[in-house]
Design a protein around this ligand. Structure first.
Ligand code: CO8
Length: 242
């Protein structure tokens, strides 16, 4: 398991190009490391992340958003195959909210605030937010967030399904680590397939994703054999990720 902590507190963990690339580089290394079975991603108590670094915008303008390294970094996060658990405290705004949406399990502190305030700078959540938000919380709520730029608090975020648990903010990282430890016990290949299948439900028509789910189910893995054997023999399984 690996914990990634966004650490630009002076800028509310705004995702500068450098910070975004560092997250992506760390995930690239983690994806090759068999010891890393699950990631915990967090910020600090004030902010998970306040979004794209607005102060980089005047210098670089709109071309910044098409910058290849920026787009590659987002793709890396989006396509990361191992589970990511986010512990969100404080602000998760704009790109910071989009980053949280890319995590597989999101828990948050009572002080968390989610929002897509881009409209206030004449923009919109263009790193996946306009597409993922309605799929996650429905059209009316997504429209409310994106068109008003108003923030929602932890309780509302939980009621709307953006997060699965709300805790006192001092407890979120430990809880995320606990969840990650549970996940890390399981077969890496089974986790990868389960994650891919759930994400398919957001991107493919139902008949296609059901047929792909069936194909993946029939993919016999050594870990699956081991899981069954261990159950029958009443012992802990020893998974190898194949
Ligand atoms: N980028 C850069 N710096 C930031 C950001 C940010 N997103 N957010 C906060 N900071 C900086 C502040 O400028 C301030 O710096 P300084 O001390 O040098 O003045 C420091 O962090 C602390 O901020 P505040 O004093 O404002 O702290 P508060 O606790 O009072 O408020 C907030 C925190 C609510 C997070 C507030 O700072 C804020 O509203 N920030 C902006 C949030 C935002 O708008 N995020 C969306 C950014 S845009 C985006 O993510 C995607 C853009 C998509 C496409 C655009 C195409 C044109």
């Amino acid at each position: 398991m690996l914990q990634i902590t966004l650490n630009r507190p002076h800028a509310r963990n705004a995702l500068s190009k450098t910070l975004l690339s560092e997250v992506a580089d760390t995930l690239n290394i983690a994806s090759e490391d068999p010891e890393v079975r699950c990631i915990v991603l967090t910020g600090d108590n004030e902010a998970f992340s306040a979004g794209a670094d607005i102060k980089e915008m005047p210098e670089e303008g709109i071309p910044m958003f098409a910058d290849a390294s920026r787009l590659t970094a987002w793709k890396t996060i989006e396509q990361f195959r191992k589970p990511i658990v986010a512990a969100v405290n404080g602000y998760a705004l704009g790109g910071g909210c989009e980053l949280a949406l890319l995590c597989d399990i999101v828990i948050c502190g009572e002080n968390a605030q989610f929002g897509t305030p881009e409209i206030k700078i004449a923009a919109f959540p263009g790193d996946g937010g306009t597409q993922r938000l309605p799929r996650l919380i429905g059209k009316a709520r997504a429209m409310y967030m994106v068109l008003t730029g108003e923030r929602i608090n932890a309780e509302v975020a939980c009621n709307w399904g953006l997060v699965s648990e709300v805790l006192p903010s001092g407890e979120t990282v430990n809880r995320a680590l606990e969840i990650a430890e549970t996940i890390a016990e399981y077969s890496p290949i089974a986790l990868e397939m389960a994650k891919a299948e759930i994400l398919m439900s957001f991107s493919k028509p139902l008949d296609e994703s059901l047929s792909l789910e069936r194909q993946m189910l029939l993919w016999q893995t050594e870990d699956h054999d081991e899981g069954i054997k261990a159950f029958v023999e009443k012992r802990q399984p020893r998974y190898i990720g194949r």
